[in-house]
Design a protein. Structure first.
Length: 652
């Protein structure tokens, strides 16, 4: 049959133009596509041969060959798969015309008419690209293919200009060879991406197709200096060249093997190599699932959190594979953000090789896989907390902040993250100096009379221990959780309660202790407040715009004053956390509490009784407030004025 010329349909021409100019910024992806097609063709030959051995034509060794040729500026990808007939070439090589071309063009048109900023690159991922990705780097593509069991081969050729030629030819072996005549910018020493460079090709195979199940082979020309009888290089001898055929891919992915047959060091080596880590992972989760959705996952929790884990430049995500072919490096839609530290991969036959991020967000399979992975990770953490406490505490030290941020962020996402994570939280406690406590453990230690879970915020344990607000609780032996990270209180406020017990900050509102002694102290405090109503009112007036209220305290024992926040609204620690982040969103309603049994209170009563309008009285009020600020770790608004008042007081 003579050579025939064919024209693509008008719509296909437009789509091919998009392919050539817009589809991928990293054009190296073409090799993944062509290798994947070759692997599929071998799969078909292997399947067909199960019932018809004659199709193998005496060759049952399935292989893929790559031949880069610097002299001719070509790269050839050959397989001994099923091959194609003349009619199949016409039908299948035009797959691009069958993959929803018309629908794609209509969608593009609708988006543009709606005034949307639609990128061809983003949208084209919704449609199969396969073979035609070759035109991203080639000025001409030539296919020679022979169907297994057929005598005649077919040659197809196109310059990507909207036309192609097709004719019958001869080919000794079954299968398909695709020869790419490269564009000038993709060959030669000066090319940024030289696709005739054997080492460049080897790198791409390792990156994208390392786990294709058939060997991908390529010849390397090795230059060597001749050696003498002792194996030493001969000085001045002219180098010799020899050919060395190498298999570029490992073929069997680690994750496809039975996990009972995999040694820990194999997991460790794989993790280090794939993610460029120096240490073995803290944990490995290897899962194979079948049923509604089929997938294999191999996930790792690194031994240490990266320094930029919570920075904007950190890119979370899990690698995606489809039938062992790499399709995406960092899929951040698979796991919730609070598991951003998890590394690994998911391999599923349900993923398309060309799935776009837009389609991933809508993928029912991906969402189902993601839910299963999240559940497995959390179950693993729960088991570790229960059965290997030291290991879990090490995990918590590295990644606890992620879980707490996840709880806080759940107030915006409206999901059940709080329920999933609250039992995994650990906090430093006033009860145990050297250990951390879960909320469950805290509640189990609570006496029956205690109705609330008390917590305090501070930069470290020692700071909290010295807070005036701790005095009464320490005296009564009530355990307090120490929140040492700024995000802790936000997480606690989001949880609101645990096992029916509400959380209560020791620096916010009334402590609400219900024992008899506390009630007696409370009544005594109310009596003192009534007797000193004018004094309290004038202190508040002297501190206008600084505090929302002044109260006689029933929580202080030895300290003169303390600052607490109103029961409603943000705490002082929350206010400071936002201020430190250069994002002062709100201010806490500060309440100054004064110890009525302290000598300073008596001094205030005396000065107030003498002259409540005096500068001395106002200075005392300001000094008490500033003292309370310093106790909270907050610098005074006017440090020079504060120092002058102290000096003035000391000079008396």
């Amino acid at each position: 049959m003579a050579k025939e010329m064919h024209e693509f349909q008008a719509e296909t021409k437009q789509l091919l133009d998009l392919m050539v100019h817009s589809i991928y910024t990293n054009r190296e992806i073409f090799l993944r596509e062509l290798i994947s097609n070759a692997s599929d063709a071998i799969d078909k030959a292997h399947f067909e041969s199960l019932t018809n051995r004659e199709l193998l034509e005496g060759n049952d060794t399935f292989e893929i060959y790559l031949v880069p040729d610097e002299a001719s500026h070509t790269l050839t990808i050959s397989d001994n798969g099923i091959g194609m007939t003349y009619d199949e070439v016409v039908d299948n090589i035009g797959t691009i015309a069958k993959s929803g071309t018309k629908a794609f063009m209509e969608k593009m048109k609708e988006a543009k008419e709606a005034g949307g900023d639609v990128s061809d690159k983003e949208m084209i991922g919704q449609f199969g690209v396969g073979f035609y990705s070759a035109f991203m780097i080639a000025e001409k593509v030539t296919i020679v293919t022979r169907k297994a069991g057929q005598a005649t081969a077919v040659k197809w050729e196109s310059n990507g200009d909207g036309t192609y030629s097709i004719e019958e030819c001869e080919k000794e072996a079954r299968g398909t060879s695709i020869t790419l005549t490269l564009l000038p910018e993709f060959y030669g020493e000066k090319a940024e991406e030289n696709f005739t460079d054997t080492y460049k090709i080897e790198t791409l195979i390792k990156k994208y197709s390392d786990y294709v199940r058939y060997p991908i082979k390529m010849n390397f020309v090795i230059e060597e200096t001749p050696k003498d009888e002792e194996g030493k290089p001969i000085e001045g001898a002219e180098k010799t060249k020899r050919d060395e055929m190498r298999t570029l891919n490992s073929m069997q992915p680690l994750w496809t093997r039975n996990k009972n047959d995999i040694k820990p060091e194999e997991y460790n080596d794989f993790f280090k190599e794939l993610f460029h880590e120096w240490e073995a992972p803290m944990d490995v989760l290897h899962t194979k699932a079948e049923g509604t959705v089929e997938y294999t996952s191999l996930l790792f929790i690194p031994a240490h959190a990266p320094f930029n884990l919570y920075h904007n430049d950190y890119e979370p995500g899990v690698q995606l594979y489809s039938r062992h072919v790499f399709i995406m490096d960092k899929c951040k839609d698979l796991l919730p953000d609070y598991l951003r530290f998890v590394k690994g991969l998911v391999d599923s036959p349900d993923f398309s090789l060309n799935i776009s991020r837009e389609l991933l967000q809508q993928s029912r399979e991906l969402k189902l896989i993601g839910k299963n992975l999240e559940k497995n990770i959390l179950k693993t953490l729960e088991r570790t907390l229960k059965n290997d406490r030291p290991k879990y505490e090490k995990f918590w030290e590295e990644y606890g902040k992620s879980l707490k941020i996840g709880i806080y962020n759940s107030m915006y996402s409206g999901n059940d993250t709080v329920t999933k994570l609250k039992d995994l939280l650990l906090f430093v406690s006033s009860k145990e100096a050297s250990t951390v406590s879960s909320l469950k453990e805290y509640v189990e230690r609570m006496p029956e009379s205690q109705k609330k879970i008390y917590y305090a915020t501070g930069k470290d344990r020692e700071t909290i221990e010295h807070l005036p607000q701790m005095e009464l609780l320490r005296e009564k032996g009530i355990e307090v959780l120490f929140l040492l990270d700024p995000v802790d209180e936000f997480a606690i406020e989001t949880i609101r309660e645990y096992d029916g017990k509400q959380f209560h900050s020791i620096s916010r509102g009334d402590l609400e202790l219900d024992d008899v002694e506390s009630q007696e102290v409370k009544k005594e405090t109310e009596d003192i407040s009534k007797k000193n109503e004018d004094l309290i009112k004038d202190i508040k007036e002297a501190l206008t715009n600084k505090v929302s209220d002044v109260k006689v305290s029933n929580r202080l024992k030895s300290s003169a004053v303390c600052l607490v926040a109103d029961e409603q609204g943000p705490s002082i620690a929350m206010e400071q956390a936002f201020a430190d982040a250069k994002n002062p969103m709100f201010k806490a309603k500060r309440i100054l509490e004064i110890n009525p049994h302290h000598d300073l209170f008596s001094r205030l009563q005396t000065i107030h009784g003498t002259d409540k309008e005096s500068v001395e009285f106002k200075d005392y009020c300001d000094l008490l407030y500033t003292q309370a600020l310093l106790i909270e770790g907050i610098l005074p608004e006017d440090p020079i004025g504060f120092a002058n008042k102290i000096a003035k007081l000391m000079a008396k």
